[in-house]
Design a protein around this ligand. Structure first.
Ligand SMILES: [Zn+2]
Length: 225
């Protein structure tokens, strides 16, 4: 598990040593895993906002812990509220703006990107007076171009991004982290940390396309001390 602290924000990317998904692990173990995470983060209460992820562009504003609805992005200005995205091949994107104390999390597969989740984020940030250029972004582990074979029609959704596709033995592969990076740079982002780890061919991560045994979390938490 990778924990990055940049006060007041903490960024967490888990791996396959801990399963946080009720769908693939017993509720008792998942509960224990969340309690252990709370200890690790040294916080009194772990208040988490999460979504039912649907591979679209919808970004919701979280005001409280618990289920927020259907969508693929969360933002908040609330202190001590964690935003959580579950992943197993799609790329999780976490971000924060220290000036305006806003944090956010996105679930980025090709469908969310084709639907315009990054462009939607730009609109939301502008509306709130937040500059993408002053916001720090983190891309967690996801399926990388070594393994991400896509059907040829996927290319039509990203005609402006030919450098994100590569042919090998007449098979088409998509570089999802690169596509996200270029889209973020297009909206003015300057600071993008990319873990550059592939969930499918690394033995360290859950992968939907490789056995589908669990989910990683990408969590951003706003502490007060
Ligand atoms: Zn790979």
């Amino acid at each position: 598990m990778l924990i990055i602290k940049d006060f007041p924000f903490t960024v967490v990317f888990s791996d396959n040593r801990v399963n946080f998904s009720w769908k693939t692990e017993s509720p008792a173990i998942v509960k224990e895993n969340w309690l252990n995470l709370k200890e690790k983060l040294k916080i009194k209460e772990l208040r988490i906002a999460y979504l039912s992820q649907i591979h679209g562009k919808r970004i919701l504003s979280a005001k409280r812990a618990g289920f927020q609805g259907w969508g693929d992005g969360l933002i908040t200005k609330k202190e001590e509220l964690g935003l959580c995205i579950f992943v197993a091949d799609c790329v999780p994107v976490l971000f924060y703006n220290k000036k305006r104390l806003l944090s956010g999390a996105l679930h980025c597969g090709w469908r969310s990107l084709a639907a315009g989740i990054i462009e939607n984020l730009e609109k939301l940030l502008i509306k709130k007076g937040i500059k993408p250029s002053e916001t720090d972004f983190y891309l967690g582990a996801g399926i990388n171009p070594c393994c991400y074979e896509v059907k040829s029609d996927v290319k039509f959704y990203f005609e402006d991004y030919p450098s994100c596709f590569v042919y090998r033995n007449e098979r088409l592969f998509l570089d999802l982290p690169k596509l996200i990076t270029i889209k973020l740079e297009k909206i003015g982002t300057r600071t993008i940390h990319n873990l550059s780890l592939c969930t499918k061919c690394s033995s360290k991560f859950f992968s939907h396309r490789n056995k589908d045994q669990g989910r990683q979390i990408a969590l951003i938490f706003h502490s007060i001390k």
